[in-house]
Design a protein around this ligand. Sequence first.
Ligand code: F6P
Length: 388
Amino acid sequence: MATAFSKKVAANSSSMKAAIVPRTGRSLTITKALASANNSSFQGLNVAPKNRVSSSQRSVISRRNTVTAQAKVGSSLAEFLVEATTDVKLRQLMTSMSEAIRTIAYKVRTASCAGTACVNSFGDEQLAVDMVADKLLFDALRFSHVCSYACSEEVPEPVSMGGQGFSVAFDPLDGSSIVDTNFAVGTIFGVWPGDKLVGVTGRDQVAAGMGVFGPRTVYVIAIKGYPGTFEFLLQDDGKWLCVKETTEIGEGKLFAPGNLRATFDNPAYERLVNYYLGEKYTLRYTGGMVPDVFQILVKEKGVFTNVTSPTTKAKLRILFEVAPLALLVENAGGASSGDGQCVSSLDIPINVHDQRTQVCFGSKGEVKRFEEYMYGNSPRFSEVAAKA
Ligand code: F6P
């Protein structure tokens, strides 16, 4: 029976097929090439890692420039990073983070999800899962040797990591209060060049990533200057397999309205939410920002909002959460809005580590609508629309 995933892979395969039909009329599909190269499917899926393709098949594929983008689906993380950046230190950093995220996925299943450390039935002290995640990420960055400073939502002042190259800010486990309810949760991180984590903007990031811990574990990354946001699925053997590339976010009626209680005393937000309801948008909101934003990348449509009001203050932190998610969404062809102004969340100056903002992520059309409802107009998108 076809599963949702096999249908998705089949859909990817069919777009691959379209992309690599040679001009001569001789047709070759990546799916066929991979299947004949391996004479087997990979993990029961009709897709195989790129490194199992023979050199002749590789050369057929590489002769066609149009294939390059699609062929990333099926790559290992290492193969992808080689293609995405020439910076060896950045590859190291993204690999180290993937290793921490793999371990966090395991810990999320078993560690304490109480608010503080607790003692298990054997008398061992167990750290709460968000503290475990925090420690794993700091350790990974220290051992990477390419990180100068790091800070997290749990430890907001930057700590020396003893390496050189980048500084990293992260939210070790966003949504830790919904671990016990078994909703999906996630890790978010942003990577800045050099030593600075204040006096910067999100646009200065060289990369961003998130781990999503749900029924599936995925590692989602964006590399500045390399278009697209890429999803790697954790396999049974511990390896990461690229299963999706997102380069466009289209229009579609799906909404995730954060801090909905702000509609009580923010009439603009109330009107916006009423618009979604009146237009019969589908509600998809879990209260975990990672899965709630991740769905925009996977479904390639939708909008996520978290809005403030006189009685509900901004909760989302720019450095640890909003700026990295903005890079992930914008690299995928989407847009963001932050700081109660008509600006991208990537352009908010970060003056203190704990700085907070209201936010919107989504397709360009949805972010334009958000700004029009919330602030009366959306000059940056209206200008683009007028020129088009
Ligand atoms: O980071 C805080 C957080 O847990 C986000 O993951 C989530 O989007 C938000 O809070 C939920 O806020 P609310 O319950 O107010 O919608």
